[in-house]
Design a protein. Structure first.
Length: 135
């Protein structure tokens, strides 16, 4: 795999106190996509945890109030969700086939999380762009 184990370090938020105070006003969504089995879910979970740790540190030192900035991890691969497996070590038993209803469910899930959180990390299904339904 070409996955760089230090990639999370490259995404660390090196925020200073002045920049951190703007986080509650921001809304950002980062969706991770790529080839099957390329580490997308691992990257999404790692980035989610790294940002949560930075936010916790900002809360600890008083830059942000507790839960002032909300972050969510959104698994958009509803056919074979893997972020829970990465987080908790529990692989889902059943797989689904993409259809319009499942695509709409993924869109609705992402939209709801964007409305409730300042930062959303999305994990797309793996595949070539013409093989993945639009989400």
């Amino acid at each position: 795999s070409d996955f760089d184990p230090d990639i999370v370090e490259a995404f660390k938020f090196n925020m200073d106190k002045i920049r951190a105070v703007y986080l509650p006003m921001l809304r950002r969504t980062l969706v991770i996509g790529g080839s099957p089995n390329s580490g997308k879910s691992t990257m999404a979970v790692s980035l989610f945890i790294a940002i949560k740790n930075v936010l916790a540190e900002c809360e600890r030192v008083g830059i942000l109030a507790k839960d002032e900035v909300k972050i969510a991890l959104c698994d958009l691969d509803l056919c074979s969700p893997t972020t829970d497996a990465v987080l908790n070590g529990c692989m889902p038993n059943e797989k689904h086939v993409w259809d319009n209803e499942l695509c709409q469910e993924a869109i609705d899930r992402l939209t709801a999380m964007e409305e409730e959180n300042n930062i959303v990390i999305g994990d797309l299904p793996g595949g070539l762009p013409d093989e993945i339904p639009p989400v």
